[in-house]
Every structure is written in structure tokens, then in C-alpha cells.
Design a protein around this ligand. Sequence first.
Ligand code: ADP
Length: 590
Amino acid sequence: MGEKRRRNAYFLRAIRDLFRFMPFLLWGKLTASVVEGILQVWLPVLTAEIFELAPQLNDVNTSIFRRKIMLLCICVAFPALCSVTLRAVGLYGDCRKEKCYGWNMYGYARRLRLEALEEPKVLDRFRKADAAYSRHLAASRMFSYLLMDLEAALVCISTFFVVGSFSAWLLPGAVCSVLPHLFLDILSEKRRSNTYRGQSGKRRRLKYLWRLFCTKEPVKEMRTMGFEDYLKEKWVASNVEVVKEMEELELRAMRLSAVGVLVKNGCYVANVAIALLLMLRGELAVGQFAACLTAFGLLQDNLFMLSTFVVRFVQSCHHVEEYYAFFYTETEETGTAAYRPFAREITLRDVHFRYPGAGQDALDGVNLTVGKGERVAVVGVNGSGKTTLSKVLTGVYHASSGSVCFDEQNVAEIRREELYRDISLVQQDFVHYNFSLRENICVSDFSRREDEKRIREVAGIVGIQELVQGIGGLDSQLGREFGGSELSGGEWQKVAIARGLFKDSTLIVLDEPASALDPLVEYEILTGFLNMIQGKTSVIISHRVGICRHADKVVVMKDGKVAECGSHEQLKNAGGEYARIWNEQAKWYL
Ligand code: ADP
């Protein structure tokens, strides 16, 4: 899609969503804007009529005079009344907007391919959309400015005719007073947005550095390791660069704006002089002179507002673009076939996988069979492809080529949601949820959150019974951030394993489940785990080979390929890569 067409599509989508999310509020605003616009134009006309009528009041025209005064009051009061009502309704609208736009975005994010989240471009879009949503509520602002523009334009056009009806001599001054301002402001805004776009990489870096100063772990590390000043200088240098560009930009914008203001005021003075001259020459009555000045002031103010709102409208359109661009990110191609738990095996045939933007495959022709109920240990040096294998095996990442089949069914054809429901994956970078301990364990199968027996069972395997008592029970809050108990790295890891075990799935995959635990605890947990999952298919990824003795099959990964595959005894005796790693680690642990 071309750039222009894409922008139009974003704009139309924004308007459609607004009417979908808040139809009453929007129709109300639209109607109020049009009525306000009409009333504002009527104001100078009424003023002129009242000035004309006032000196000649008699029995006949007093009631007309009163009616005109009432209409004048309505013209003045209606906009004030509208603004109070709409502000109150607007507050309700803001809450609703926040919910609608948030869910709209999250609903889409849920459908993204998970490997797309490894792509910097996609992450960038995600962050921008999030900022547009959370800080600017982009579309509604854009619509508000659009309405303000509409109202101001309506007033300008009609007041233009009203001013012209008093004297055509007043029109050039009216136009010249504001057009330069409108033009110069739009020019400044264009420069501003170009500079912002050009700075997007630098600003991202700046934000990243700032986040380091505001996040617990980096703060601790930078202070204890003594590189706080280094990072500060790095941040200051990036900041200076960005701020300098912005200063130059704003200085130029200020100069241009000052020219606009000078021209505006000059034209106003000139028009007052013209109107005065016309009055002295008897071409304008006193009432017309006053109405003429009111209309001219109205025209100038509204032309001025028009230019300001056009600029803000253009600004908010950029945020709208950033929000809606996210909805054009490629989504996950979920299969259409129903998921059937596999009865025999999972088979990988010549599977290749490459991360977006990477120069080479992370999996380079993997062939592997995992039998039903088999306990498989995957070992290998860092970067050999173990984590990637676990994600491709579970259908989280799509193989770039080759096939992953659950029995005969290709994983690509299975409906994702159903597949994920039957898989438990404890990732290396698991999440610390600042919820209660019960929630931390049971989120993987929340329907069973009251199953105390099951919770106790998994807590026993991962060895957190004492922890449960120590923090005051399963329903105690975790995480200092919300006033709860903080756990050690190892304890969080145990909770993550408990979460994986709690889910009653056919396949369970643990990626480096015990990297933060000492070898003795690791051994206990993993043997307890293997006992508990008797009959379940399990894949354990570990850089420590001790667990391999208890596995039915050991897979050794090297350079994205399966280097060796067999039982612990077979591989140990084969004298290859596995035997080398085993002997290396035996010096430390065995
Ligand atoms: P292991 O789990 O054995 O340490 P991984 O599966 O994490 O290895 O990584 C395999 C290869 O893929 C490595 O060369 C790594 O650099 C690369 N890789 C991992 N994650 C990404 C990513 N998000 N983007 C690009 N390359 C990646």
C-alpha cells in the first residue's frame, strides 16, 4: 500500500473506531460544534441589530428588542453550557476510550506471530502504538481538533461574509492578518515532525538509558559495579544532542510565529482605521461599526484558532498513524485444524529456523523424534540452538522450512489456542508476577486455583512449602513493589517451575529450569519433577548434564544441529560431544 493510501486508511479507521467506541459522545460533540458555529456568526449580526434598534425603542418594537436580547443571551450561554456538559460527559468518555483503545491494541497484539516480537521493527511499532494510546489517546484528540477546526472554519467562512457585507475594504486585512500565521505555523510543524522522525532512533536510545536509571536491577548493578557515571555521561551526551536540535527548531518556530503575530496585529489596527474612516464618511452607522469590529475580532480569533487546531490536528494525526500502523503488523497464521493430543510422537523433519533479520539459521536442519511419554534432555553449549528448538517444537515459533508434526498432524495446521492449551512451557526468561503466590502458581490453569492438594503437591516438588509458610500463606502478595514479600532469584525460579507443573498438559518443556539454583537443589527438584510427570512427555533443556542420567533420551545440540542423540550410557560411551561435556562437568559436580 502506498504511503498516502495507508495514511488515509489510518484516518478512516480512526474515525470509524471513534464512532464505534463512543457514538453518543461523538454525535453530541459534532452537533454542538455545528450549532456553536452558527450561533457565533449570528452574534455580530444580532449585535448590529440591537445597536440599530436601541435608539428607536417604542411600544411596537420593544418586544422585538427583548426577543433579540434573549437570543443574544442564548448565543453567549449555549457554548458555555455545551462546554460544561461535554466536559462532564468527556470524563466518562475518556475512561471508556482508554478501555476501548487499550483492548483494541491488546486484542491485536495477541494475534501477532510470537517470533515477530523478536523483530526490532515490530517492537518499535508496538512501543509507539502504546505511547500513542497511553499518552495521547490519539484518535480522540485528532477528532476533537478536527471538530474544533470544523467549527472555526464554519465561523470563519460565515463571518467573512458578514464582514464583507459591512465593507469589502475590510476583507483583505482580515485575510492577510491570519494566512501568514497559518502558513508559518504549518511550516514549523512540518519541520518539527520531520525532526522528530529523524530523531526516533536517538530518542529510543535515550529512553532505554533512562529506563536503566529507573529499574531496580540495573540501578543496583551500575552502583555496585561503579559504572553509574559512565551511563550518566552517555545519557547526557545523547540528551544534549537531541535537546540542541530541538532548541534550534523551536527558536526558528518562535521567530516565524512572531512574524505571524506582528502581521496579525498590524492588520487589526489597519482594519479598525478603515472602519473608523468608513463611519466618519457616513458609510457605516455606529451600531454597524461596533458589529463590524466584533465580527472582525471573531474572524481573526477563529482564523487564528483554525491555524492552531490545524497544526494540532496534524500533530495528532502522527500519533494516530503510530497507533494504527501497529495494526498492519503481520499476525500469526493460525491453522484451522482441531488439535488432537498426540498418541505416538512428535517428529521434526529437516527443520530450519531463522530469527527475523538474523544472518544465519538458529536451527539448521534438525531431525528429531520425541516419543509419547518420553523424557528428553537437551544439552549443548550456549548458542547451540536449545531454546530455539524448544520453541519450534511447541509451535511457539514457526519453522522457516521443514515440518514439525504431532503424529501425522503438521503443527502449522493446528489451531494455535488449542495447541497452547495442551502445552506447558517454562521459559528461561520466565516472568515474576507481582501477584499472590497462589496466582503465580495457578495462572497456568486458573480453573483449578482452589485445588489445594495439587498446589501442595507441586509446592512439595519444587521445595517451596517452607516459603509458603514463611510469607504467610498462598494468598500473600509477592514483590516489594506492591508491598509484598520479595523472593530470591532461585525462589522465583522454583515458583515458575511450579507454575509449569501445575498445568495439566500432555507436553511439558522446561528451558534451563534450574539455572539460578545450586546443583544439589537442582538435582532434587528435577528428579522430583521427573517422578511427578511419569507418563507425560517432557523436554528439559539444561546446560548441566547431571539430569541426563534420568532421561530416556539425550539430545546434544551443536551449531543449530542435533549432533548426537541416544541414551546417557550410549552417548557417554560413544566418546563424542556428550562425553566431552560430561567429563568436563564431572570435574565440578560428580
Ligand atoms: P541456546 O539456548 O542453546 O543458548 P538459542 O536457541 O538461544 O541457544 O540461540 C541459538 C542462536 O540463535 C544463537 O546464535 C543466538 O545468537 C541466536 N538467537 C537467539 N535469539 C535470537 C533473536 N531473538 N534474534 C536473533 N538471533 C537470536
